[in-house]
Design a protein around this ligand. Structure first.
Ligand code: C2E
Ligand code: MG
Ligand code: MG
Length: 308
């Protein structure tokens, strides 16, 4: 319930309805069975949000989004075997905007659906273009909880693969634990259908969500991505060392590949390699970079691995 108390009789009926709407919006955001009072601060927030939403719409129409790519390295061969596609927003007014800022708003407004569709299509298009140059790279794409609930992921993936001609066995879909826990039965079925097409599945930010053992058994998972927060302090913090060792041992025993996220230091790389971790992704190799920059990095990488 949204509540507005009008004492000085300045507002029109229309304005009162707008005020109570913004109070209602706040109450809904705070959960069910609750109420919120209208304040002038709320109007400011609602106006700001509407402006943001309009800018996001415009961004889609004007192609202001771009995918950056971050390399993923195989520990044993030291080869770049894949990339993660990470969205960036080149706002003409505010410059480069991080997904951490706009993805939550895109989710709340439902705009994540057309944005997510664009990401998948663009990543498959780029993956196919690289395949044609002889770059055999896995392409990881993030799919958010909202998309799982509201979009037909199978149809979306099928279309993106068909239009681009990209190989399904090079496509990796990254889901977080919380995305998998919603509508669990349907998600299990969907993941099995994707898996049957050859598409790989990764759990993103592993260890930060529910980390329930039962889903590790039920879901057809290929890769566990250990969250950066556990990687940050290895090999120095004993609890993190124990957690990372345990995730690697358990994941490998269950037949998954393990990827360490957010690896920045050589000490982390050495520790993870000694533990038998399969892949790493992090600033140690490269930050996420535009496609052209990635091509330069990849060519240098191939040359230096051939000289070894
Ligand atoms: P994520 O999928 O876990 O992606 C990894 C994030 O960690 C990226 O942030 C990456 O730049 C950052 N990172 C990687 N290595 C390092 C490192 O060594 N040090 C540090 N400090 N950071 C590192 P980014 O690109 O800002 O993305 C943030 C999150 O936004 C992603 O987390 C993902 O959840 C979401 N996201 C990004 N692109 C998309 C997209 O296309 N669709 C959806 N649904 N979500 C996306
Ligand atoms: Mg990810
Ligand atoms: Mg992650």
């Amino acid at each position: 319930m949204g509540i507005v108390i009008e004492s000085d009789h300045n507002a029109t009926a229309q304005e009162l309805i707008q005020y109570v709407d913004s109070a209602l919006f706040k109450a809904k955001k705070e959960g069910r069975s609750t109420f919120a009072y209208y304040t002038s601060e709320l109007t400011r927030l609602v106006v700001e949000r509407m402006a943001y939403e309009r800018r996001l719409h415009r961004a889609l129409e004007n192609s202001e989004f771009e995918l950056y790519y971050q390399p993923q390295v195989h520990f044993l061969s030291e080869k770049i075997v894949g990339v993660e596609a990470l969205i960036r927003w080149n706002d003409p007014e505010f410059g480069l905007i991080s997904p951490e800022d706009f993805i939550p708003i895109a989710e709340e407004t439902g705009l994540i659906s057309p944005i997510g569709k664009w990401v998948l299509e663009e990543a498959c298009r780029q993956g196919k273009a690289w395949l044609e140059c002889g770059y055999h790279l896995n392409m990881s794409v993030n799919v958010s909880a909202y998309q799982i609930q509201n979009q037909n992921i199978i149809e979306l993936v099928d279309n993106a693969l068909k239009e681009s001609g990209f190989s399904p066995d090079k496509l990796v879909i990254e889901l977080t634990e919380s995305a998998m826990m919603q509508r669990e039965e349907e998600v299990v079925t969907m993941l099995h259908i994707l898996r049957a097409k050859g598409i790989k599945l990764a759990i993103d930010d592993f260890g930060t969500g529910y980390s329930s053992y039962s889903y590790l058994k039920r879901f057809p998972i290929d890769i566990l991505k250990i969250d950066k927060s556990f990687i940050d302090d290895v090999p120095y913090e004993k609890d993190d060392i124990a957690i990372v060792q345990a995730i690697i041992a358990m994941g490998k025993a269950l037949g998954f590949s393990i990827m360490a996220e957010g690896t920045e230091q050589i000490e982390q790389i050495e520790f993870l390699k000694a533990q038998g971790c399969t892949y790493y992704q992090g600033y140690y190799k490269s930050k996420p970079i535009p496609a052209k920059k990635f091509e330069e990095l990849f060519l240098q990488h191939i040359e230096s691995s051939c000289k070894k």
